[in-house]
Design a protein around this ligand. Structure first.
Ligand SMILES: NC(=O)c1ccc[n+]([C@@H]2O[C@H](COP(=O)([O-])OP(=O)(O)OC[C@H]3O[C@@H](n4cnc5c(N)ncnc54)[C@H](OP(=O)(O)O)[C@@H]3O)[C@@H](O)[C@H]2O)c1
Length: 301
């Protein structure tokens, strides 16, 4: 493989897809080809873009055969965790079957797949999960993402799986992520109830995108945990955000997960050990304060 690589990015309109595109453009000279379900939402100047439904096996096969990418970075997914409980068939098609389509296409064309997975493959009973911890998903979303991991692990193709959690950041025409939703709500002085019994390590999308650039540069394979450096509850994160953005913290009321009656069960403590990413990629992710300060700057607030 030469230094110049061709990279197909799926989910290019999404939060991570947009950041991956931006970072590869600024940090590398690789050729990017972008795709997502609909027309492009953020005018990726200088890149080829084509819409594709990744659940369509023949379309995936044809695209990979035509483009001959060195890497496929699969950020596309059915990411609505509660929606996965009710829309099981579609979520499985997007989260599992599509990955199998890419595996088949990669076998024929020697593309390496970098796939994004989640802390929701764990039950959250113990936390401190490393790359070899045994998954035990609670939700259909988690089960579908674990099945996608297993498809890759048993595929025989070259792959990397990046597990991450609670991604936040900015982009164009995006559905609001947790942090941006909070900014919208609190800036308009709306009251919010936030769970204080779900703990995790919120991940600034810039760190995750940076790690993916590194993984391509270093040609890494296998499973990697990538997340922010600070462990805190959703409620603590919301209060921190309010402090940094200058919003009224009293608008934030703590609530218990059990009181929310969400369709999907969530892991209560899904903290990651990220020593592998630290030592192999040099990842030094932001803590919540640093990440939220960067978000504030990016939002121009
Ligand atoms: N966000 C988080 O907190 C989080 C946490 C852990 C792991 N992850 C994982 O990280 C990855 C990136 O997440 P994200 O937050 O960037 O997701 P996102 O913003 O929801 O982007 C996902 C993209 O995939 C597209 N997509 C859905 N169905 C498709 C299909 N059939 N064919 C082609 N594209 C399709 C979506 O299009 P539409 O919007 O039009 O449906 C969307 O643009 C996902 O694998 C997710 O599971 C995310």
């Amino acid at each position: 493989m030469t230094n110049h690589k061709k990279i197909l990015v799926t989910g290019a309109n999404g939060l991570l897809g947009q950041k991956v595109t931006e970072l590869f453009r600024h940090e590398t000279s690789h050729e990017l080809v972008l795709t997502d379900l609909h027309e492009n939402a953020f005018e990726p100047k200088g890149f080829d873009y084509f819409p594709m439904d990744i659940t369509k096996k023949e379309d995936v096969k044809d695209a990979v055969k035509r483009l001959m990418p060195d890497y496929i970075i699969n950020t596309a997914a059915y990411t609505n965790v509660d929606g996965c409980e009710t829309d099981r068939e579609l979520s499985w098609k997007v989260n599992v079957d599509a990955v199998k389509h890419f595996i088949i296409a990669s076998r024929a064309n020697s593309a390496k797949i970098i796939h994004i997975s989640t802390d929701y493959v764990f039950d959250g009973k113990t936390g401190n999960y490393d790359e070899s911890s045994k998954p035990c998903p609670l939700s259909y979303y988690g089960k579908s993402k674990l099945a996608s991991e297993n498809a890759l692990l048993t595929s025989g193709v070259d792959f990397a799986i990046v597990r991450t959690m609670i991604i936040y950041g900015t982009g164009k025409n995006l559905r609001p992520n947790f942090a941006v939703w909070l900014v919208n709500m609190l800036s308009e002085k709306n009251r919010v109830t936030i769970v204080d019994d779900q703990f995790g390590m919120p991940t600034m999308v810039d760190d995750l995108g940076w790690a993916l650039v590194k993984m391509v540069e270093l040609d890494k394979s296998g499973i990697y945990n990538i997340c922010g450096s600070e462990y805190l509850s959703r409620y603590e994160f919301a209060v921190r955000l309010a402090g940094i953005f200058g919003f009224n913290e009293n608008l934030i009321q703590p609530i218990k997960t059990a009181d929310l009656n969400q369709a999907a069960a969530r892991p209560m403590n899904s903290s990651f050990i990220t020593l592998k990413a630290g030592s192999e990629l040099g990842l030094k992710p932001l803590n919540a304060t640093e990440g939220l300060q960067l978000l504030k700057t990016q939002l121009g607030m």
